[in-house]
Write a protein that binds this ligand. Structure first.
Ligand code: ADP
Length: 265
């Protein structure tokens, strides 16, 4: 007997369901829009920081007369470092945006994972040596996997780079590779500063850093782990972390040996 209701009209229950679904959709859209706005505002802030520094450095050089050669060089070096920072942020952002386009997907080939890891570690060695950090690789077997070589390289590179950056002088970084019949695992362990418990849930967020000033100083963009996590999820893998402050951190990445990719991020 509801069908004649002059206010709510026919099929009352169905109408209510549609309205509920529509409201749920609106709420979901609002959440998406808020996080998009936050991302854009973060990006703008991050991109502006080096530009502001460059402007200040250039202005103060120009305002001085007869600047001694060493001072001039020092300012120019600082300007160069800020430009490098800007370049790094832009490259990281491009890598993220590229992975966000779900259609871009994975470029799967058959990859020797031990060799790939060796290549990454060779590139990281000079950075580790600068602070006398011992960087070692232990692989328990040969591992061949159907993966996107570039993206998995990026994952290992970001984790090892962090393990070096957030370490102490004379510390160590150990990378361990292993596999069973379904997955291979990459463990990156360090003797570094560790991550406080309340930060662990946030480290994969874009631009999140435990210590902003420290991360900036050592050239962090706050995007490395967001990129790593995206790449892992695209392979239908998992990434986990355990950490003790002042003792060290362990990241464990688990990737299927045969990855047909994932469009659900
Ligand atoms: P960043 O460019 O700042 O290194 P990431 O996304 O790679 O950004 O990491 C986010 C934050 O997580 C870092 O700023 C740092 O505070 C923390 N972090 C990441 N890896 C480690 C680690 N191995 N040891 C201690 N802290 C870490």
């Amino acid at each position: 007997g509801y069908t004649d209701d002059p206010v709510i009209g026919p099929n009352y229950y169905e109408t209510e369901q549609i309205i509920n679904a529509f409201n749920a959709l609106l709420r979901r859209m609002k959440v998406l829009d808020d996080s998009r706005q936050e991302f854009v505002s973060n990006v703008s802030h991050e991109l502006k920081t080096p530009i502001t520094s460059i402007k200040v450095l250039a202005d103060s050089l120009l305002s001085q007369q007869d600047v001694p050669n060493e001072v001039y060089r020092e300012f120019m070096q600082d300007i160069g470092a800020e430009i490098d920072r800007e370049d790094k942020i832009i490259n990281d952002l491009l890598a993220l945006v590229k992975m966000d386009k779900k259609a871009s997907g994975l470029n799967i080939t058959s990859v020797d994972v031990v060799l790939l890891t060796e290549v990454v570690l060779k590139r990281m060695k000079p950075i580790a040596q600068r602070r006398n950090i011992d960087l070692t690789l232990e692989s328990k077997r040969t591992i061949t996997a159907e993966i996107d070589e570039v993206k998995i390289s990026l994952v290992i590179m970001n984790l090892v780079e962090n393990a070096i950056k957030y370490n102490r002088d004379n510390g160590w970084v150990k990378v361990e590779l292993d596999a069973d019949h379904q997955y291979f695992t990459v463990k990156v362990m360090d003797s570094g500063i560790g991550i406080p418990g309340d930060s662990l849930d946030h480290i994969y967020e874009r631009f999140y850093r435990v210590d902003k000033s420290r991360s900036r100083e050592i050239g962090g963009t706050g995007l490395g782990l967001a990129i790593a996590r995206n790449a892992v999820l695209m392979h239908r893998g998992t990434i986990d972390v355990t950490s003790t402050v002042d003792e060290g951190t362990t990241f464990t990445v688990k990737i299927p040996l045969i990855s047909n990719g994932s469009k659900v991020l």
